[in-house]
Ligand binder design. Structure first.
Ligand SMILES: [Zn+2]
Length: 260
């Protein structure tokens, strides 16, 4: 069952953010995670777990990159070796998460000199192929209003794909530590037990965990959970933590009705 523009509209209630579980999303909705980095999936682990237990099919595409791995982590490692290491961390985290099939698609984009995703035409083609092969209803990805260039590039590509797509799909844009500003349409509240589980999930990205410990004096788990705590505070929730999303979608029929 494909979502209609009315379904998407019911997800967006300007000015009043909704808790995802309260929307009782149908388990037929096809979920996609499109990650500019290995670890972006884990940053919304509790929402993904909700959809997993809800019975929704989940497909994960992760940009292959060796960025963010310090030379001191494993001296002598090439950039390709660093990318292999990050792939391995993602694979282990998804096994722990319990993704059926336990695997993700490693997307080999053209990257910049820092091995971060950029947006030449061949990258757009790769995003378009991955989306059309998997026909998602909802695509999760980091918000485009972000200081990270790979987050911005991925958003810009998916937005173009959504505008050209034959059928509508919604983009659920993730608030993460680098998001500058966004509207919150949906959130996933959670408690300490889920926070502990999520911390464990995040720590599978040991290259990132060690870098955070060294440069920030706190781990990658705390870096993400601090944002989740901030979201819950911003929304005045009774839960201590929440993951947050801005919903964006483009519906050709809706637009042609409005303009034609
Ligand atoms: Zn990222």
């Amino acid at each position: 069952m494909k979502m209609t523009s009315r379904d998407f509209n019911s997800l967006i209630s300007f000015g009043k953010p909704n808790a995802i579980p309260e929307l009782s999303p149908p388990n037929t909705l096809r979920i996609m995670m499109l990650a500019p980095h290995p670890d972006d999936f884990d940053a919304i682990g509790v929402t993904m777990k909700f959809f997993l237990h809800n019975g929704n099919p989940i497909v994960v595409g992760v940009a292959r990159t060796g960025s963010g791995v310090e030379d001191a982590y494993r001296p002598g490692l090439t950039l390709a070796g660093k990318a292999d290491l990050r792939d391995q961390e993602q694979r282990r985290s998804l096994q722990f998460f319990g993704l059926p099939g336990g695997d993700f698609t490693s997307l080999c984009f053209t990257n910049d000199e820092g091995d971060q995703l950029t947006d030449p035409p061949e990258n757009l083609t790769l995003v378009e192929e991955f989306v059309s092969e998997n026909a998602p209803d909802i695509v999760f990805l980091p918000h485009g209003n972000d200081t990270n260039s790979a987050h911005k590039a991925m958003y810009s590509q998916l937005k173009q794909v959504s505008q050209r797509s034959e059928y509508p799909f919604a983009m659920f844009l993730i608030r993460d530590p680098k998001t500058i500003n966004m509207r919150t349409d949906l959130y996933m509240p959670f408690d300490q037990q889920d926070a502990d589980w999520k911390a464990q999930l995040l720590r599978f990205h040991d290259t990132q965990h060690q870098r955070n410990l060294r440069t920030r004096n706190y781990g990658f788990d705390d870096r993400v959970l601090n944002v989740n705590r901030e979201i819950a505070r911003d929304l005045s929730l009774t839960h201590e933590y929440a993951e947050a999303y801005e919903v964006e979608y483009f519906d050709k029929q809706e637009i042609s009705r409005r303009t034609g």
